[in-house]
Design a protein around this ligand. Sequence first.
Ligand code: MTE
Ligand code: MO
Length: 496
Amino acid sequence: MDRRALRSRLERATVALAGGVAAVAGSYLVVGESPAFVAALIANTTVTLAPSFLVTFAITVLGDLGSQLAYWSGLAATAATLGIVVAVARIAVRRLDRPLAAPLAVAVAVAVVGIALSGSAASAVGAAVGAALVSTVVDLRTPGDRKSADRTDDSRRAVLSGAVAVAFGFLALGGRRVLATDRGTDEEQVPIPDDVAAMLEDARAKSFDVEFLEPLVSDHFYTVDIANVDPAPAREDWSVRIHGAVGEETTYTFDDIDAMDHDHRFETLRCVGESLNGRKMDTAVWTGVPLMDLLDPADLQGDYVMLRAADGFYEEFPVDALETGFLAVGMNGRPLPREHGAPARALIPGHWGEINVKWLTEIEILDEPATGYWEERGWHGTGPVNTVAKLWAENRLDDGRVEVAGLAYAGTRGIERVEVSVDGGATWTDADLSDPLPGDDVWRQWVYRYDPPDGAHEVVVRATDGLGTLQPEDQRRAYPNGPSGWVSKTIEPGSL
Ligand SMILES: Nc1nc2c(c(=O)[nH]1)N[C@H]1C(S)=C(S)[C@@H](COP(=O)(O)O)O[C@H]1N2
Ligand SMILES: [Mo]
């Protein structure tokens, strides 16, 4: 291929890709990051189809960066897909000597594929307008210029298409922000019920006054899920179906749940995929109904249960664990936020986070054990959590002492004791524990203050659970059984 032909191919590819990018931006402008977003399907499918070693690497090594990468590769794959659609449309009408043939063909083709990807006409129209805009601008020429298309023209059009796509992308980002704030969120205006306010106050009062230490009700609650674009089922459309090995198949709508007696409970969640001293462990006050209130009328007849969700996630575990389970519809006195599973999620006390299924849609009772989403990928994350004492705060006090503090958690076994060593594990002293919050599955804070030796020294922390069991010392990585071991850190008093 000569250079001229190569250059013109590159130009066509750039214009097509720019069209794809503008299509993604156009859809975003109209529907935002909702399930109707044109990138949602591809972004969510790539995670599910990705090889499990890659997903494990992303979770355990890259953490939040991994989710960001997954999200952006989903956007890029969608832009590339729509770019191919743009290219095909432009090639199809190349020989028609009509000024608007290319933009029109692009608009129609992107709209059709956009509907297929998003199921939303509005989203598809946004995408079509974005792609057609790029096509229109690059085809604008001065009259009589037609035959003189040369290589300067090629590169000019390529650069122009890129510039239009980028400018439109920023416009969509900004425009979306304006549209979103305009509507406001009614949910945030709902007053916090008095009983929840009292629980939050209790947690505040029992939290130590230690700088950089997370309070007993988390300021920021972590999120982990397989959805790159979270589901957003409307309350009116949501229901949870109880079926399988049951005497009586039952379905509850949100109104049905709303009409039942609600409880509030403190509960801690921890992800099996976090690092030993990681931050994927948090506590909230949850509002909802005991799962058995829904399950009793169904007459359960199997020994296992599979929970299924609107994002295609599913987890299986022994049915006994449902006995203390909870269907949460509220968090810290507000309606359950979208990223934590609105309108309703399961809470299964004492177990790793993954079976606390968000956007819950089905409770299927099984006679035989089955395999959940993460267990298919090699994890063992459906059982009780490992005991841990995190070291999250290291401060130098005015009087020269060092203050170390953190949170300890052992699921429903509870935390009885936390010990600290400031000499690498040779000698141990008890840390102070925060007064326990009511509830069977709640973490506790610990704090310890000491006169530091000169220079660097190793601080080690270990917890004993409510059964009197000291946690195992050996440090083990998250995969596949969840992190375990004593947290240790080298502290240099001079640099605090
Ligand atoms: N539907 C659904 N529920 C889910 C997940 C998911 O990917 N999809 N992730 C699970 C995992 S691995 C964890 S650790 C917890 C995290 O809950 P959070 O995001 O509210 O902190 O949700 C669990 N529930
Ligand atoms: Mo998790």
